[in-house]
Design a protein around this ligand. Structure first.
Ligand code: COA
Length: 179
């Protein structure tokens, strides 16, 4: 039974609300490169890989926010090695940083040759997703609580990238206003 008097306001905990861990929303998606995904050289179209990256990242961001999310931007997309028809592809997405309504999700794409078992890092990207409410307006997301040394490093690096994006957007806006 509560020992608070009925006229007293309930005690409000001053403990900070814990954020969500990156591992709680991490996603690994597996695909197989099929002939319609590839060009005449038998290597996959970049746009197909971008689509897998977008889907995996959207799922990770949605699991973190538990809200509808939209892609705001995709940057630092690097294709490092070709993917070939018959390769198995693993797309790993993890939230690196969460701000007020936006989240940076890092995505790593690896190929696996089913016969030899050889794995290759084939692409990486940083994406930003924004949670939206029913009216399509940006809506707050939970904080992120990185735990492992790698998660903490990714968090610090993602925060720097966000600062650079925001600064660039502000500079461009100033330039536009001058013109
Ligand atoms: C993304 C979107 C919701 C942002 O709306 P907005 O009115 O510009 O929102 P704000 O300026 O208030 O910014 C909201 C957040 O988005 C971030 N943001 C906005 N544009 C961004 C961009 N291009 N890249 C990265 N982050 C961006 C802001 O930094 C801010 O983050 P914070 O709340 O964590 O600080 C809006 O631009 C949109 O709906 N875009 C279309 C999304 C879409 O259809 N995607 C699919 C592509 S086919």
């Amino acid at each position: 039974m509560s020992n608070e008097s009925p006229n007293e306001a309930p005690t409000v905990s001053r403990e900070p609300i814990p954020g969500k861990r990156p591992s709680q929303s991490a996603v690994t998606m597996t695909e197989l490169v099929l002939p319609p995904d590839a060009n005449t050289l038998g290597t996959v179209f970049g746009g197909r890989v971008m689509s897998w990256i977008d889907i995996a990242a959207a799922i990770a961001a949605g699991k973190h926010a538990r809200k509808v999310v939209v892609t705001a931007s995709l940057d630092a997309l690097h294709f490092l090695a070709p993917l070939r028809v018959g390769d198995v592809v693993q797309i790993c997405a993890m939230v690196n940083f969460a701000s007020r309504t936006s989240m940076e999700v890092g995505v790593r794409v690896e190929s696996e040759n089913l016969v030899t078992g050889e794995r290759k890092h084939t692409a990486s990207a940083y994406t930003t997703f924004v949670a939206i409410d029913g009216a399509g307006r940006p809506s707050p997301v939970p904080k992120l609580s990185p735990e492992t040394p790698d998660e903490k490093r990714r968090y610090r690096e993602a925060e720097k990238r966000r600062q650079a994006r925001v600064a660039l957007a502000a500079d461009l806006k100033k330039m536009e206003e001058k013109d």
